[in-house]
Design a protein around this ligand. Structure first.
Ligand SMILES: Nc1ncnc2c1ncn2[C@@H]1O[C@H](COP(=O)(O)OP(=O)(O)O)[C@@H](O)[C@H]1O
Ligand SMILES: [Mg+2]
Length: 289
């Protein structure tokens, strides 16, 4: 019997998913019957145990608790990639603080609890951050992410107050390297880095702009591998990094739920992902026998 795979997405997509069609085609070439399913679709038999790959449920950031319930439910019934334990940790950027605690280089992050009243100016002064970014702790696609400088503190304070009513907020120093060397999104398939792209800085209202595949520098790969070592072998992962003012790579974000994998930029990564899915599905069929 042909193995089947359900791919979780949403409609309408807030951004185009350039990976979707390529992946469906590549899975087809591996003899897999793959179909897209809307994670919010209550008519879908989520308890059936059908293997499910998360790809583009990009509106979950506005429905976090239903999404996490859905993740647990699907994972309980059958394999979910990436698995629930990984998704649950990764859905809230509090994980950045945990990575930092473990000694990994992370963009310095001030986490403001929901509804917490803070003196933004004093906090920034204490940290020496004159150019900074305000963003939600649950976010994607640069949603509500903005850069400010100290003279704009009033706007930043208002942005913080608006966000903070419903979600925890992260404040970080603005890393100027995102304009030069650029933020590098490093893609790993089945635990191995395949390629990276350079992402242009993106704030509220801006379109995503990414490069063709670029190679990973040795220090970037080393950092990426240290990060992946925390996890079991993941079907897919993306480690987004930017360099600090001294030039050292820092983790900006770890995308283990719904990253674009920039598969058009690297046909080998596309085939590796499809092959990885095939191996996982065949192993399931084998163990069921
Ligand atoms: N500390 C920062 N320094 C420079 N640019 C930043 C910083 N934080 C965010 N950005 C910009 O905002 C974008 C979105 O932020 P990010 O933390 O990646 O959240 P998400 O991708 O989940 O929306 C980044 O890709 C980058 O262009
Ligand atoms: Mg990002």
């Amino acid at each position: 019997m042909k193995p089947t795979l359900r791919i979780a997405t949403t409609r309408p997509l807030p951004d185009p998913d350039h990976d979707e069609l390529l992946l469906l085609e590549a899975l087809g070439r591996q003899g897999i019957e793959a179909r897209m399913a809307l994670w919010k679709d209550e008519a879908e038999r989520w308890d059936s145990g059908e293997p499910t790959l998360i790809r583009s449920p990009w509106d979950y950031i506005h429905s976090l608790s239903p999404f996490l319930d859905w993740v647990k439910r699907v994972d309980r019934a059958g394999p979910l990639w990436n698995p629930a334990a990984v998704v649950l940790e990764n859905a809230h950027k509090r994980y950045l603080l945990e990575l930092a605690r473990e000694g990994l280089p992370v963009v310095p992050t001030w986490l403001i609890e929901r509804g917490e009243r803070v003196d933004l100016a004093a906090g920034l002064r204490a940290r020496g951050w004159e150019d900074f970014v305000v963003k939600p702790a649950v976010g994607a696609g640069s949603w509500s992410t903005q850069r400010y400088t100290l003279p704009q503190i009033g706007n930043a304070q208002q942005h913080l107050a608006e966000l903070s009513a419903t979600v925890e907020v992260l404040i970080q120093p603005y890393l100027h390297s995102v304009e030069g060397h650029g933020e590098r999104a490093m893609v790993a398939i089945e635990g191995e880095f395949t390629h990276a792209v350079r992402k242009s800085p993106r704030f509220i209202g801006m379109e995503e702009s990414v490069s063709e595949a670029v190679s990973l520098h040795a220090d970037e790969r080393e950092l990426g591998e240290r990060v992946l070592a925390r996890y079991p072998r993941l079907a897919y992962a993306r480690v987004d990094i930017a360099r600090d003012e001294r030039g050292f790579p820092m983790i900006m974000e770890l995308e283990l739920i719904e990253p674009s994998l920039f598969l058009r930029q690297n046909p080998r990564a596309l085939e590796r992902l499809a092959l990885g899915m095939c191996e996982r599905l065949l192993a399931l069929q084998h163990s069921a026998r």
